[in-house]
Design a protein around this ligand. Structure first.
Ligand SMILES: Nc1ncnc2c1ncn2[C@@H]1O[C@H](COP(=O)(O)OP(=O)(O)OP(=O)(O)O)[C@@H](O)[C@H]1O
Length: 269
């Protein structure tokens, strides 16, 4: 089948959500990661782990081209999303980021009401009736396990919510536009253990409908919530590389590479 020329990212008969081949990423002239090839299966959780500075955030930000917005990032290699090259110059970036949503380390709700935060993306892409919009907002808040806590004050400022509630609101905002992939860059690092547990339960529930890629420093978290784990590291060159990717149970109990074993057993990083 030929790629869709309008780059609408239509559904295709492949269970590979993302296919990354020989990826190198530069900030200006400095190479941050190189030689990364990885398949990300759909409807699974893939965890990205590795020591600080090995390029985890850099990698995840290439997957919906958000890195280019933030910095002078440039890539070599290819990234396909359900078979289509996302770095082709025919790609509509708004559509791409609609299909591949992102949740960041620090919750970043917009300074507007809880309702408007969730409705924001829906309104960018469509013009539903008020009752339809209400339903979509409710459904996204329920999916993010926040509805019961906010349903009676949807018009309150999102900034009045706790950190954990704000993070779930950001997840609801991302889910409201029905992405196919959700990228999460250390989504629990600013949260307390109970809220972290809530977000982990949420990820477990979402895994059936979405493909999730999550960067985490917390190895127990990777072991608890992911199907596959990718371990990144650097050598003397300080350039990040993918050392190993496999089923999470294998990475944590019988990794092939000694560097992975040392890392997951806490001997470095
Ligand atoms: N905007 C940027 N401009 C220049 N260099 C950057 C930029 N962002 C990251 N880097 C560099 O790229 C390398 C990888 O950084 P990155 O943040 O991706 O690593 P990380 O594994 O996510 O680290 P951490 O676990 O500490 O968050 C580092 O050397 C970092 O200094």
């Amino acid at each position: 089948m030929k790629p869709d020329p309008t780059m609408q990212f239509a559904s295709q008969a492949t269970d590979l959500a993302l296919c990354v081949k020989d990826l190198a990423v530069y900030y200006g002239t400095r190479k941050a990661i190189e030689g990364v090839s990885i398949d990300i299966p759909s409807a699974q959780v893939t965890a990205i782990i590795g020591p600080s500075g090995c390029g985890k955030s850099t990698f995840i930000k290439t997957l919906n081209r958000i890195g280019e917005l933030e910095s002078n990032m440039r890539i070599e290699g290819t990234i396909q999303f359900f078979g289509q090259d996302i770095y082709s110059n025919r790609v509509n970036l708004n559509r791409l980021r609609r299909q591949i949503g992102m949740v960041f380390q620090k919750p970043n709700p917009f300074p507007m009401s809880i309702y408007d935060n969730v409705a924001y993306g829906i309104r960018v892409f469509s013009r539903p009736s008020r009752s339809m919009l209400d339903e979509m907002v409710e459904s996204a808040l329920k999916s993010a396990a926040l509805w019961n806590e906010v349903k009676d004050h949807l018009n309150k400022s999102a900034l009045s919510l706790s950190g954990g509630q704000q993070q779930r609101l950001c997840i609801a905002r991302a889910l409201a536009i029905k992405p196919r992939v959700l990228l999460m860059d250390e989504p629990c690092s600013a949260l307390d253990p109970i809220t972290t547990m809530k977000i982990e339960e949420l990820i477990q529930e979402l895994r059936e409908q979405f493909t999730i890629v999550i960067v985490t420093h917390n190895m127990q978290q990777a072991a608890r919530i992911s199907d596959r784990t990718a371990f990144f590291s650097t050598d003397e060159s300080q350039i990040g590389q993918l050392i190993e990717v496999d089923a999470t149970s294998k990475v944590f109990s019988a990794a092939t590479d000694v560097r992975t074993r040392n890392y997951v057993e806490g001997r470095f990083g």
